[in-house]
Design a protein around this ligand. Structure first.
Ligand code: MG
Length: 204
């Protein structure tokens, strides 16, 4: 298992579309940046890259690259999902929190989850979004920009359950044998055996 965290901030600018989590949200201004400035996806990308212990978003998608001007961050997210899998990981779960005093996020949460899940090729249930306001405080409160934070949990793609250890009587330490002599000799029911084998199944 690996976990990664990502944080991003973008300022508002008039004349730009407001794109959050891959969804264009009706608002009087949008976020400024080299791409579509989707602050949610950028935070998520950094969480995914960090969980793989790779460089951050700026190393993979530099703001100096003219081919990335105005690009949809969903495209970048798809590329990062492929990169994650190339490095032998599968995406287990993602969660995001958006700090914005405007626009309202909640009417668009479902669409944002669906858009990002599709780009990542995961189920909608594997990605969560919540939003908070900053109660008028700071640059978020003055509606000058938005902050997004994300966490991503990865697992190795080929993770197979470890083989259950096979114990024989000779593997049991002498002290344990003598301590459990009274119960070891008791007849065991099929139910007991089933319960024991279930208990020893590795937890994954
Ligand atoms: Mg960014």
């Amino acid at each position: 298992m690996r976990i990664g965290i990502g944080l991003d901030v973008h300022p508002f600018k008039r004349g730009r579309a407001c794109v959050l989590g891959g969804v264009t949200i009706p608002y009087e201004k949008g976020l400024d940046g080299h791409s579509d400035a989707d602050v949610c996806i950028h935070a998520l990308i950094d969480a995914l890259l960090s969980a793989c212990r790779l460089d951050d978003i700026g190393a993979y998608f530099p703001p100096t690259d003219p081919s990335l001007t105005g690009i949809s961050s969903l495209v970048l997210l798809e590329k990062v999902a492929a990169l994650v899998r190339t490095h032998g990981f599968e995406i287990v779960d993602c969660d995001l929190v958006i700090a914005a005093d405007a626009p309202r996020i909640s009417p668009h949460r479902s669409a944002m989850r669906a858009a990002m899940a599709a780009a990542l090729s995961i189920n909608v249930e594997q990605i969560g979004i919540k939003a908070t306001t900053c109660e008028g405080l700071g640059f978020v409160g003055r509606r000058e920009g938005i902050v997004a934070q994300a966490v991503a949990l990865l697992d190795t793609a080929a993770a197979a359950p470890a083989a259950a250890p096979v114990l024989s009587a000779s593997d049991v330490p002498a002290s344990a044998s003598s301590a459990s002599t009274s119960t070891a000799s008791a007849p065991r029911t099929a139910q007991d055996s089933a319960r024991t084998s279930t208990t020893h199944t590795p937890d994954h």
